[in-house]
Write a protein of this length. Sequence first.
Length: 459
Amino acid sequence: MDSTFLSQFIMITDIKTVIFLAILVGVFFLINKLKGKFKFTQLMIVSIFLGVGLGFLIQVVAQFPTDPSKLTWINEISKWYGLIGYGFMDLLKMLIVPLVLVSIIKVIMNMNQGENLGKLTSKTVVALLGTTAIATVIGIIIGNLFKLGVGDKVVKTTEQMREITSVVDTLRGLLPSNPVQSMADANVVAIVIFATFIGLAIQRLRKKHLETIMPFINLVEAFYKIIVSVSITIIKLMPYAVVPLMANTIAENGLNAIVGVAKFILALYVSVFIMFLIHLLIVSLNGINPITYLKKVSKPLMLAFTSRSSLGTLPVTIEALNDELKIELGTASFVASLGANMGMNGCAGIYPALMAVTIANMAGVDMNFSFYVMLVVVVTIGSLGIAGLPGTATMAVSVVISGMGMGAYFPLAGGILAIDPILDMGRTMLNVNGAMTSAVVVSNSLGKIDKKGLNEKSA
């Protein structure tokens, strides 16, 4: 049989390739058996260890080569494993446009009208996006201090350096002159702007033309449920994708990849800790003792850390804000609900910033002042459409990477995605704490917090 057919089309020229493909299939059967016995987070952790073990086994069989890319059978395994791992990441990228578009429309059109709706909305958005911007800056600083991605991998590209674009042209380029083209290009900021106009139009037309626009409102609500369901379905595939992603990381780069991942974990939790301290500082500036605050909100923070779901924690979050911190129920519900879908400091702030710095360093992208300013803008605005579900931080990353024009380098995130559960616990806790901090700021500015009742209950 023609060897070119095997080497370039089928990409199986060595018995080791067949063996390790069979092992991967066996691992998938094992994961399928464990699904009923383990919770999702536990299954993810098991998948991580299986992926590490599989990658280590490849390295053992290859006798720990200095440059694994020179071994043909390892390249073949990486290609086939990438079909599963990177194919999963392509499915995540598929969700970016519909998730952002529908989420923004839904949030805006469902805002209840009231005398303080304008102030409540503006203050909430400013608080949530403001803390996200701060979190992004922290992520950029820590990412550079830890030198994430530097020396991990060099990506050769024939693409020429882009010409410098003025800030005026850059800002104009964010406007959705062609919404369809913006969606095709994954221009997240343009999609958000377009969705905002639609949401505001629905709000305005509701008074006189409710019957006419109701089919569209029902369509948005239905499509939101559908796209969230699709997201959950894809996320459920993550344990299967984690194994080849983790195995590829070790097989392609050797054991040094673990050191790089460990450094990323440390960088993320250092960033989370610093941002958490900033949250406590903001709370104290709004008249609440940080120690008292921590005691009052410990339940939602612990639930967020263990469940890894901002939306799942939402009822407990609202309860803590209303019963423990004495924030008016309407304000608590509004800010917490909005905070579970936008401006998430961990998943949509720190994490994408760290990933952008990491991928830029790995790909050799020049990071100047304009890059960082654009990164803060893209991360902050992109955080508007990320649903607070387990695993969707990877969607936030794909939104930011696409928005920064580094979509071609998105597969470089595979190794970090494989250790997502470890990262997601701290990220989700920071998300919920950011929403509660924003609720404190908003309610204090609107006089919707009973500090006397809070102090009496604390005494």
